[in-house]
Design a protein around this ligand. Structure first.
Ligand SMILES: Cc1cc2nc3c(=O)[nH]c(=O)nc-3n(C[C@H](O)[C@H](O)[C@H](O)COP(=O)(O)O)c2cc1C
Length: 188
């Protein structure tokens, strides 16, 4: 599969099979993550690979709380039927933590320091694409309160996202994209 095909056909996976993920694949996927760009090449990411399913159960409990809170604040009706079983189904959770002190140039430019999150996001996208080319499914997951996630996983830095990783139980459904006309602007 070439890069363009991977980008255009990857979809978020919310249903994982029981099949374990080979450790060498996990390592290769994380090596791909570390090849993402980062401000001043600071590489602000770390990856905690969670194979013990007990942690997924705790994360799901936290996510149910966050979901309720989000539903009450947003009024998003669809959240009521949003099933979080994928959190406990996924055989691998990758907690991607970012170091806010590794921000590159912006820390000297009087702008809010968030480049470390941008870099972690680039790493996460590499994870999603690399995993997909290996036949795996991923979900970029953020439905949790960060301090609680830190406590659950024993991480000190900012848990930017958790990637649910595993073999898909069913192929993920298609999602729509807005028109290119709406999104692309040329300055000639
Ligand atoms: C920053 C970020 C946070 C996300 N958080 C969640 C999440 O908490 N739960 C979830 O189910 N999907 C989450 N997603 C996945 C998006 O819902 C998904 O990418 C989007 O609907 C487009 O679908 P696709 O990935 O299949 O193209 C997140 C994606 C991003 C980039």
């Amino acid at each position: 599969m070439d890069c363009i095909e991977a980008i255009m056909s990857r979809r978020s996976c919310r249903s994982f099979s029981d099949r374990e993920v080979e450790e060498d694949k996990v390592i290769k996927i994380l090596e791909c993550a570390t090849y993402a760009p980062s401000p001043a090449n600071k590489q602000p990411w770390e990856f905690t690979v969670v194979l013990d399913r007990e942690y997924g159960k705790r994360l799901k409990e936290e996510s149910e709380r966050t979901k309720e809170y989000l539903a009450s604040r947003s009024g998003w009706k669809w959240l009521e039927s949003f099933n979080l079983d994928f959190v406990t189904q996924a055989p691998v959770l990758i907690v991607v933590t970012g170091d806010p002190s590794k921000n590159g140039a912006e820390q000297y430019l009087n702008v809010p320091g968030k480049c470390y999150v941008d870099a972690c996001s680039a790493a996460i996208q590499n994870i999603c694409l690399a995993a997909y080319t290996m036949g795996l499914g991923t979900l970029w997951y953020t439905l949790y309160e960060k301090d609680t996630a830190k406590a659950i996983f024993g991480v000190g830095k900012d848990p930017v996202a958790i990637v649910c990783l595993g073999y898909p139980a069913v192929p993920p459904g298609a999602t729509r994209r807005k028109s290119l006309e709406e999104k692309i602007h040329f300055i000639r």
